[in-house]
Design a protein around this ligand. Structure first.
Ligand SMILES: *Cc1c(COP(=O)(O)O)cnc(C)c1O
Length: 469
């Protein structure tokens, strides 16, 4: 494909995406096809001779989009949002076109420097503590996901807890990780990969009302492990848990971590985006205690997957934990110590130019545009929750500080599960569920940029009708 062919095909693809977004609301949110439908519709192998891009676009329409769950659909209320936006797609397109490898500063200087600056911008946008800025020992980096952020935080924490021994000898003691009953599954996955084992994760009790970690229970767990000769390595606190968006008491948790010298990682994968609004920054209290913090711009900040923003207060510990320098990567810039080599801040060696999509998003929307985006969803969640609260057939299952509302039917689990199935079968909305205190609970997560008040009102009408008497 020469540049002129690319230009023509590229325009057609951009048109195709614009048409997809413009017509999304008219499609069913989810596919009704059985598993295997797409696989059965595809040929057994590639064509012998090349085809035009137009043939591919036709098959996207005929075969692929009818069999998708449409995450950008205005009626998509499942999981957490994974919203994207025009500027994000365009920034990513530029990244694809440049095709650079940002493993070292020397391999892609602007890729590294733009990333450092974007993470500083983001730290300012969220009002994060100064210690995370690149102007001191700290700094930020883009990971593919919050799961990877938790993994590298766990590795750096092991490095610290072992006094640097872990790097050479591996896991030679019983190191422990702590999170609450509401912590994300990626914490156990990180512990398994890091060699702590699933049993190395201490699951600390949460307050039954707020579902936030109980800091006294955390202290008790750390003391018990120390008494048994084990080594507390990392505490993972959550701002905005996945199930219900509970906010752990980071100031108290941070004080416990400081008392025992344990690494504190704060996982704000979804709710971190809320901190762009000063009125929602209460959720980030205590962050000055954190050794590391992450959130996913790919969830609620209009930046397409994948983009996790991860900061450390002291990058030296992270780099010491992860660096391996083979001869073929040696270069004068790295040797000078004057540059950042992001390969040492993550698990893979290679990395894409993901800072571009952040740059496009931050410049297109501006601070006020991003605040308006978050605020509109918080207001819509409030409006929806008020309706749930006012209807005696429904029960609000948890507080709703951000844009997720958790609710159930007073009639019980079976009725709630049936309701979820019926509304999702309409194809107009898509909700997912969780369990809160053992009870089946519906989750309505607002986050698509296309979702307006009319869509949230429509979701309520559907739920209300389907709930019966
Ligand atoms: C979504 C989520 C994760 C995992 O996110 P990925 O970026 O997909 O790895 C981790 N923690 C919390 C609290 C989440 O909500």
């Amino acid at each position: 494909m020469d540049p002129e062919e690319f230009r023509r095909a590229g325009h057609a693809v951009v048109d195709w995406i614009a048409d997809y977004w413009a017509t999304l609301g008219q499609r069913p949110v989810t596919s009704q096809d059985p598993p295997g439908a797409l696989a059965a519709a595809l040929p057994a192998g590639p064509t012998a001779h090349g085809e035009p891009v137009a043939a591919l676009l036709a098959d996207l329409d005929a075969l692929v989009t009818p069999r998708l769950t449409h995450w950008q659909h205005p009626g998509f209320f499942g999981y957490f949002p994974a919203n994207t936006s025009g500027p994000s797609v365009l920034g990513d397109l530029v990244s694809s076109g440049l095709g650079v490898q940002g493993m070292l500063w020397a391999s892609a200087p602007a890729c590294t420097e733009l990333e450092t600056v974007m993470l500083d911008w983001l730290a300012g946008l969220l009002g994060l503590p100064e210690r995370f800025r690149s102007t001191g020992p700290g700094g930020g980096v883009i990971q593919d996901s919050a799961s990877s952020a938790t993994l590298v935080a766990t590795l750096a924490a092991l490095h610290r807890a072992s006094g640097g021994r872990w790097r050479q000898v591996g896991v030679d003691r019983r190191y422990r990780a702590y999170t609450s009953t509401e912590g994300h599954s990626s914490i156990e996955k990180a512990a398994r990969i890091a060699g702590l084992g699933g049993d190395g994760v201490r699951v600390v009790a949460a307050d039954p009302q707020t579902l936030a970690m109980d800091p006294d229970a955390l202290r008790a767990a750390i003391r018990a492990d120390l008494a048994a000769g084990d080594v507390p390595a990392i505490v993972v606190a959550t701002i905005g848990t996945t199930s219900t968006t509970a906010v752990d008491p980071v100031p108290q948790i941070g004080a416990v971590c400081a008392e025992y010298g344990v690494w504190l990682h704060v996982d704000a994968a979804y709710a971190g985006a809320a901190a762009v609004c000063p009125e929602l920054r209460w959720s980030h209290a205590g962050l000055e205690y954190a050794d590391s913090y992450c959130f996913d711009p790919h969830k609620w900040l209009l930046t397409g997957f994948d983009c996790d923003a991860f900061w450390v207060a002291d990058s030296a510990e992270l780099v010491e934990a992860l660096t391996v320098l083979p001869e073929f990567l040696r270069n004068a810039a790295s040797d000078s110590g004057a540059v950042v080599d992001y390969r040492d801040w993550q698990v893979p060696l290679g990395r894409r130019f993901r800072a571009l999509k952040l740059w496009f998003v931050l410049r297109w929307y501006g601070v006020e545009g991003l605040r308006a985006h978050v605020r509109s969803h918080v207001a819509l969640a409030d409006r929806f929750a008020a309706r749930v609260r006012a209807d005696d057939r429904f029960v609000l299952a948890a507080p709703h500080p951000f844009s997720l509302v958790c609710f159930r039917l007073a009639a019980g689990d079976e009725a709630s599960a049936g309701l979820l199935e019926r509304v999702n079968a309409t194809g107009r909305v898509f909700l997912t569920h969780t369990r809160v205190a053992g009870r089946f609970t519906l989750r309505l997560a607002i986050g698509s940029p296309l979702t307006t008040q009319a869509h949230v009102d429509d979701a309520w009408e559907l739920l209300s009708e389907a709930a019966g008497r």
